[in-house]
Design a protein around this ligand. Sequence first.
Ligand code: FSX
Ligand code: SF4
Ligand code: F3S
Length: 393
Amino acid sequence: MGNLNEIFDLGRKTLSDVERRLDMSRRDYLQFCATLAVTMGLPSGSEAAVAKAIESAKRPSVIWLHFQECTGCTESLLRAEHPTLEKLILDVISLDYHETLMAAAGHQAEAARKDAMTANKGKYVLVVEGAIPVKDNGIFCKIGGHTAVDLVKECAADAAAVIAIGSCASWGGMPSTGPNPTGASSVAEVLGKPVVTIPGCPPNPYNFLATVVHFLTFGKLPDVDKLGRPKFAYSRLIHENCERRAHFDAGRFAMEFGDAGHRQGYCLYKLGCKGPETYGNCSTLGFGDAGENNWPVGCGHPCIGCTEKGVGFTKPIHQVAKMLNVAPPLQYARIVEEQGKGASFASAAALAALAGAAAGAAVMLTRNLGLSHAAQEAQAAQADGQAKDQAKV
Ligand code: FSX
Ligand code: SF4
Ligand code: F3S
C-alpha cells in the first residue's frame, strides 16, 4: 500500500461510510483501489487519490446502450466482485439507463433515457455495447422505433465522453464477421470521430472500471492508442507476459488438444494462439476474480485475439499467429522426453544443433525484446514519414 496516511486523512467516518455502502471491509476497499491504480499503471501511492475520488466525486450519470451483441460485456461486469456491479451502480456511477438491468420497460424506459440526457446534458458518460448495423438504413436493429444508428448519434451528441465496450462496439467484433450481412460497424465509424474503446469479447471488467475511475480521479479519460484503447491496458502483447512463455522460448508446444504437451501446460502457439499479435492485459489480469489462471490461455485454450481488430473473428482460430516482436525458436523439442536411455551420439549431435539454434533464437529475442506497442507505432510513423518523403522526391 502506498500513502496510507493520506487515505486515512479521508477520515475514519468517511471510510466507514464506504465500508457500509460497498459492504466491503476497509482492507478490501483499499485493496480494490490499489488494484485499480495498478491496472491504470499509476505510480505507487496513487491508490490514495483513487480512494478519494471514489469516495467524494459526484457520481457521473451513465447511459448504456445495447445493440448487436450477446450481452457478455454486461455479464462480465456482473461477475466483478470488487465491488459487484450493483454496488458500483449505487456508489460509483449513476446508471440511469441500461436495458438489461433497469426495471422500467417501454415508454417508461424511453422517458428515463430522455430525462437523464436532459438533466445531465454535456456531463453524462455514454457507454455503447454491441456493433451498429448500417446497411439498409440500419433497419436490422431498432429499439423503441429508433434505429441503433439514430440512437447512438442522439445520445452521443450531448455526452461528456463516449466509451465503446467490447469488441463489437470497438471495431464490429463478431457481428461484423464476413460477409457481414447487416453492415455491423463500430461506434467510431458511425459517429465519425474517435471514441475510447475497451475491446475484448468480453472485455475484462477491471479495464472498464479503471477507465471510469480514471475519469472520476482525473476528470478525463485515460491516454489511448490509435485504436482508442486505453494504453494502460492495451500496450503490451499478451505473449509478452504469458505464463506459458518459458515453454515458447524453450520450444515446448502442445501439438493437439489433450496431448501430453497440452496436459503439461506447454505453449499453445502451434494450436493457433494469437497472443503474439494481440495487445491486451489478459495474461496479467485474471477475469472475474476467479483466480490467477482464469483467462483463455490459462484455461488451456489458445487466445483467439478478441481484443485485436483484424485478428479476432477474422483469422481462423487455429491459424498460426504472425509474430510481431519475437521469433519462435527454430527447432522444437519433443513433447515427451524418452527416459532411461543414455545419450546417444545422434541425440548429442541433435542437442548441439539445438544449442546453436537457441543461440540464434536468443539473438532474435534480444533484438526484439522491449519492442511493444509504442515502438511499433513509432516504426509505423517512421515508415509513413519515409514513404511521404519518397513521394516528394
Ligand atoms: Fe458479447 Fe458484448 Fe462479445 Fe460483443 O461483449 S462478449 S459479442 S464483444 O458486445 O456482449
Ligand atoms: Fe502464451 Fe500463446 Fe505466447 Fe504461447 S503463443 S507463450 S500460449 S501467448
Ligand atoms: Fe481475448 Fe485472447 Fe484475451 S481471446 S480475452 S484477447 S487472451
